[in-house]
Design a binder for this molecule. Structure first.
Ligand code: SF4
Length: 63
C-alpha cells in the first residue's frame, strides 16, 4: 500500500491530517506532506478515511 499525493491539487485545509495526524501533516507552505507513504496494512482503514475526507481528491492509494 502506497499513498500518492498530487500537491498541485492540495488546498491545505488538513482534513487528511485531522483523520490521521501520524500519516499526514500540512506544512507551512499549505501543502500536505505524507509522513509515512507506505504504511502497514493495519492502517488501510485510516488511509482510506483520509483519502475519502480530501475534498479535492489530492490523495490516492496505489495497490
Ligand atoms: S485533505 Fe486533501 S486538500 Fe486537504 S490537506 Fe489533505 S491532501 Fe490537501
Amino acid at each position: 500500500m502506497k499513498i500518492i499525493v498530487e500537491p498541485s491539487k492540495c488546498d491545505g485545509l488538513g482534513m487528511c491530517e485531522a483523520v490521521a495526524p501520524d500519516l499526514f501533516e500540512v506544512g507551512p507552505d499549505g501543502i500536505v506532506r505524507v509522513l509515512d507513504d507506505a504504511p502497514g496494512e493495519d492502517r488501510r482503514v485510516d488511509v482510506q478515511a483520509a483519502i475519502d475526507a480530501c475534498p479535492v481528491l489530492a490523495l490516492k492509494l496505489s495497490s
